[in-house]
Design a binder for this molecule. Structure first.
Ligand code: MEV
Length: 452
């Protein structure tokens, strides 16, 4: 039986690996070779990776691809995308090429305000008096963060506002100090949390000092934390063209294409089952870019989905309409991203992504990410309403199937050629592989693998 270990994080990397493999690996030497095989060949880079998190044993590689020809606000970009899903980069590149010839993508940042809360319990009854106390001493809150905000203020950011929010309708005695922030080019999580913790101290001190006039009720701070829901940090990306210019290429009439397209988006607007899948596809593009640019994709995901449900029903993040003879397709979503801080200046691949993108500001990165999402959705819906999604998806996935079968390069080439004008399915891929290799059935493949 495996025994729990104390002080694991204090062990050396080698000792951690030894302990882990001796307890969990079926083939120690094979696992060790694999883990070491993914170490960076430059020790200083590996050290950097080791120090990103606790207990690093190795690196987890993801493909880093690029989708060129993105015309965004009349400037050409090649988008870096870190993602494992076969068809995402291909889909992005296809949408980029399509819109390149139709004016490209246009974007605008609607807001960049971020938000955080000191969540607290106060059992007093005179909320007016509490509000007055806080309002009259507002300068104390700002002064308490003078040092923390100094650099940010120099860059044009800082604390935008602080307000008391009464949440007692939802939970007895529950209040918030809600603060809004401008964090310029940084995502700002550490900055916001540091400010909030300072505000919590001021709040406690202020209420302690006035406790008699406030009905002998002290403040109990529950927690101070930013919100990853940032509806005030909003970006829009859009495309439009004349219906005559669609010429989509799959044999469908332009008018029928836009009608089906708008109908498909409408279905996502009204039907949560479809909306979730559609938004997942949008996040394929956004996450790829967010990861490549060293940002926090969990925060981005949480925020996007909360925004999609902001009116109480989960809905589409994209919208489409026909106005006169023009087709119009757009996305609007909150994206809280940074181009400085975090690992943006540390991770070599992240630095390369920023270089590829021309060292964008956080606002520009928001715009580029929104475009990645819109492009992804365009390609997905375009396939869904014409050829179906599986054709392109399975074509890209074919290589994964062949790699799993351990096909040689020449076998891959022959099989890919065979499927050029055919629909790929898992079973058809296996069947073709068997015939190219001259095998009778799959058990012969397994035999061959286990004898290796
Ligand atoms: C697959 O990762 C994403 C799609 O399902 C998105 C969509 O259905 O819109 C293709």
């Amino acid at each position: 039986m495996i025994q729990a270990i104390k002080g694991f994080s204090k062990l050396s990397k080698q000792a951690k690996i030894e302990w882990l493999l001796s307890n969990y690996a079926s083939n120690r030497d094979r696992s060790l070779e694999m883990l070491e095989g993914y170490w960076h060949n430059r020790p200083e880079v590996q050290k950097l990776h080791d120090e990103f998190i606790e207990n690093t044993l190795s690196n987890y590689y993801m493909p880093f691809g690029v989708a060129p020809n993105f015309l965004i606000n009349n400037r050409l970009y090649a988008l870096p995308l870190a993602i494992e899903e076969s068809s995402v980069v291909a889909a992005a590149a296809k949408a980029a090429n399509f819109w390149l010839e139709r004016g490209g993508f246009k974007t605008s940042v609607i807001g960049t305000v971020k938000i955080g809360h000191v969540h607290f319990i106060w059992k007093g009854y005179n909320v007016m008096a509490l509000r007055k106390l806080l309002d009259e001493n507002m300068n104390m809150f700002f002064e308490s963060t003078d040092q923390i905000t100094q650099n940010m203020r120099a860059r044009g950011g800082g604390v935008v506002s602080i307000a008391l929010i009464d949440k007692t309708d939802s939970e007895p005695n529950y209040y918030q100090l809600e603060a809004k922030f401008e964090t310029c080019d940084s995502m700002g999580a550490n900055f916001i949390n540091s400010c909030l913790e300072a505000f919590a101290k001021v709040l406690t001190t202020l209420v302690e000092g006035a406790v008699h006039s406030l009905g002998d009720a002290p403040v109990q701070v529950i927690m101070s934390i930013l919100s990853n829901f940032t509806p005030g940090c909003l970006v829009r990306a859009e495309v439009w063209c004349k219906i005559d210019e669609i010429e989509e290429g799959s044999g469908i009439e332009n008018r029928e294409f836009v009608d089906k397209f708008c109908r498909a988006i409408r279905i996502a607007e009204i039907e949560p089952y479809r909306a979730v899948t559609q938004n997942k596809g949008i996040m394929n593009g956004i996450d790829g870019l967010v990861i490549a640019s060293g940002n926090d994709f969990r925060a981005t995901e949480a925020c996007a989905h909360a925004y999609a449900a902001r009116n109480g029903r989960y809905t589409s993040l994209t919208h489409a309409e026909v106005v006169g003879n023009e087709f119009h397709f757009w996305i609007e979503l909150p994206l809280s991203l940074g181009t400085v801080g975090g690992i943006t200046n540390l991770h070599p691949m992240v630095r390369f992504s920023h270089e590829l993108l021309g060292y964008p500001s956080a606002s520009q990165l928001m715009e580029i990410a929104a475009v990645a999402g819109l492009a992804q959705n365009f390609s997905a819906v375009r396939s869904l309403i014409t050829s179906g999604i599986q054709k392109g998806h399975m074509k890209m996935h074919l290589l994964n199937i062949l790699n799993q079968l351990e096909a040689t390069d020449s076998e891959k080439e022959a099989i890919i050629h065979f499927f050029k004008d055919k629909i790929v399915s898992h079973s058809a891929a296996i069947e073709t592989f068997l015939s190219v290799r001259g095998l009778g059935n799959t058990s012969e493949i397994n035999q061959a693998k286990s004898s290796n």
